[in-house]
Design a protein around this ligand. Structure first.
Ligand SMILES: NC(=O)c1ccc[n+]([C@@H]2O[C@H](COP(=O)([O-])OP(=O)(O)OC[C@H]3O[C@@H](n4cnc5c(N)ncnc54)[C@H](OP(=O)(O)O)[C@@H]3O)[C@@H](O)[C@H]2O)c1
Length: 328
């Protein structure tokens, strides 16, 4: 019989609630414990999701010997500290994006997980979604030929709040690490690490970046245009333009996904999907599959991909003049 994993939730904010709704769909997952900086918040989350244990500190959660795996969903400014805490207690970890604030932190986290032989994965939503997997399979099959150009964007208009993690520099604020990471993932996923990066950013009153345009270029002439912003409500989309057709992926606010395949001379194919649990259960399933098989790394989102992603985000920040004081 399959092992039932006892999950610990570190930082019960908005994302932890969404992820836990995904966990609820999985028979081999139990939302066993939650750790918050505030015991009342932990108790509230525990009563909503049926956790056995509620802790008023992350340290207590990480040291609970019953916990098999911890989901880290604090602001990205704190991922390094919290992932290292969990790894230090030899817990398997899935950590929200952005994996860390910079690639040096990501390198240290990966080194720590590997030296302890403990599972670590970044919680990247797209690669586990059924339609993104279909798009990937089509692009890799060669059916549409080589990817020549990619155009991807993610924008929405959150209310400006200088204390909110999206605008607060000390919490890693900015559109790039929050939502711009998705167009960057698309480009790395379908085209690889670029040879050159050009980027131009706009800034909010707190000094956090709130809008960014990025160009990736490759030595063989291929290019990608990427955009993220908190100033516009342009939604989420990615068009992969290939030698023989286009692969077009989009996601609506309700997390429904659309995939269109346009190949000249053929009727276009259209696929649409609204996954249960907003699709977060797929990455949790992957974690437990890896643990079942004794693997410390996912081959869907390997740590090398997360490191390439963090290094690319560092390069984009360098090109656009985005820094986090005291952390670069
Ligand atoms: N994969 C996705 O689709 C997706 C979507 C949204 C967000 N995310 C990621 O998930 C992470 C959390 O985002 P969120 O929207 O859930 O944020 P949030 O609602 O602000 O929650 C973050 C939680 O982190 C804890 N925390 C620890 N130190 C903190 C500090 N110094 N300041 C503020 N909060 C602190 C707080 O919980 P306690 O104080 O109770 O411990 C807070 O509830 C981010 O890295 C974000 O990029 C991913």
């Amino acid at each position: 019989m399959a092992k039932r994993y006892k999950w610990g939730i570190l930082a019960p904010g908005k994302m932890s609630a969404k992820f836990s709704r995904g966990l609820k769909l999985l028979e081999n997952a139990e939302i066993y414990a939650v750790g918050s900086r505030n015991i009342e918040r932990a108790r509230h989350f525990a009563s909503e999701f049926g956790c056995t244990k509620a802790y008023g500190s992350y340290e207590e959660l990480a040291s609970d010997s019953e916990v098999d795996v911890i989901y880290v969903a604090s602001p990205h400014s704190h991922h390094f500290e919290h992932v290292m805490l969990c790894l230090g207690n030899n817990k398997a970890v899935i950590c929200e994006k952005a994996f860390a604030l910079n690639s040096r932190e990501a390198e240290t986290m990966i080194k720590e997980a590997r030296s302890r032989k403990v599972f670590l994965m970044e919680a990247l939503w797209p690669p586990f979604q059924p339609l993104y997997r279909k798009a990937t399979a089509i692009a890799r099959s060669g059916e549409t030929g080589k990817v020549i150009h990619l155009n991807a964007h993610f924008s929405f208009q959150p209310p400006f709040d200088p204390l909110d993690r999206k605008f607060n520099l000390s919490l890693g604020g900015g559109s790039l690490l929050d939502i711009g990471i998705y167009p960057v993932i698309d480009a790395l996923w379908f085209m690889g690490v670029p040879d050159e990066i050009i980027a131009k950013a706009g800034f909010s009153p707190t000094g956090s970046e709130d809008s960014i345009n990025i160009i990736f270029s490759y030595a063989d002439g291929r290019m990608a245009n990427l955009y993220s912003s908190f100033r516009t409500a342009g939604g989420i989309g990615c068009t992969v333009m290939c030698e023989r057709g286009n692969i077009i992926f989009s996601r609506a606010r309700d997390m429904s996904q659309q995939l269109d395949i346009e190949i000249p001379g053929r009727d276009p194919d259209h696929f649409s999907l609204l996954p249960e649990g907003m699709g977060y259960q797929y990455e949790a399933e992957e974690v437990m599959l890896c643990l079942d098989e004794g693997r410390n790394e996912s081959d869907v989102v390997p740590l090398s991909f997360s490191l390439d992603l963090m290094r690319t985000l560092d390069r984009i920040r360098g090109a656009a003049g985005i820094s986090f004081p005291g952390r670069d």
